[in-house]
Design a protein around this ligand. Structure first.
Ligand SMILES: Nc1ncnc2c1ncn2[C@@H]1O[C@H](COP(=O)(O)OP(=O)(O)OP(=O)(O)O)[C@@H](O)[C@H]1O
Ligand SMILES: [Mg+2]
Length: 235
């Protein structure tokens, strides 16, 4: 894909002896939201971990802005501008919201301070609870803080793993609204099991099953394909 910011080409990866990824190919277009779908255990989280260098592919290629990144260590990949929001948040419960955002920054200069101010505008809930300890936030607010932490750096790509997991439906709706606002500012690769959320946010989809890409296309095509949704996603 010529305008792809990130490309995975036939990626294979092992965890121990287990051949988990067996041919994942995907492309993330600049300024779009791409959703990675697949049933439990399909390899979605493993794909994200491989992109950020926590696992190295045994075969295949990962390119970011046209350059191969699959042999780089995680810190080098993060420095190129890929932010990762893992499942289960990874925030510091005993620190305040403000402290969580400050320590997430890779640099402390005028630009990063300006970015921090902008992040608080994009997440009014966090602005309101700036001085509260992160552990006291609601589940939805904690998820927003986790995403905001990736936003304080000038990332060109955000990887967000199942942000709706464990959240009540009404909270998910609020999260969708917030992420919609962020769409204008970022390219996102989203893993999401909540189909309504995926549908509300995504431009493109990639469907993986048993560690392989089995289908891809515009999100609207998946929305219309009842048989495909039923077969792979149980919706
Ligand atoms: N540390 C590990 N050791 C062995 N197998 C693992 C390990 N982590 C993941 N797996 C296996 O790899 C496969 C893919 O797991 P992965 O977490 O990537 O799936 P997923 O699509 O993110 O699933 P979920 O929807 O449940 O989050 C699963 O079969 C899982 O059991
Ligand atoms: Mg997962």
């Amino acid at each position: 894909m010529p305008d792809a910011l990130l490309e995975l080409e036939d990626v294979h990866a092992y965890i121990g002896q287990h051949h988990i990824l067996q041919g994942v190919s995907l492309a993330v277009r600049r300024d779009a939201v791409t959703v990675l779908l697949g049933r439990n255990g399909a390899g979605k989280t493993t794909t994200m971990r491989t992109i950020v260098g926590l696992l190295h592919p045994a075969r295949g290629a990962i390119r970011f802005e046209g350059q191969a990144i699959h042999a780089l260590p995680p810190y080098a990949i993060v420095r190129r501008g890929i932010g990762f929001v893992p499942e289960g948040q990874g925030i510091f419960a005993t620190l305040t919201v403000d402290e969580n955002l400050r320590i997430a920054r890779l640099r402390d200069d005028a630009e990063s301070r300006a970015r921090l101010a902008r992040v608080l505008e994009l997440f009014p809930d966090l602005e309101r609870f700036r001085r509260a300890r992160a552990g006291t936030l609601s589940g939805g607010q904690k998820q927003m803080l986790a995403i905001a932490r990736a936003f304080v750096n000038p990332n060109r790509l955000l990887l967000i793993d199942e942000p709706s997991k464990g959240l009540a439906p009404i909270v998910v709706e609020h999260l969708v609204e917030t992420l919609r606002a962020l769409k204008r500012h970022a390219t996102v690769l989203l893993v999401e099991q909540n189909f309504a959320m995926a549908q509300a946010l995504a431009d493109d989809f990639f469907l993986i099953d048993d560690g392989r890409t089995v289908r891809q296309g515009p999100m609207a095509a998946l929305t219309a394909d009842e048989a495909l949704k039923k077969r792979y996603l149980g919706v």
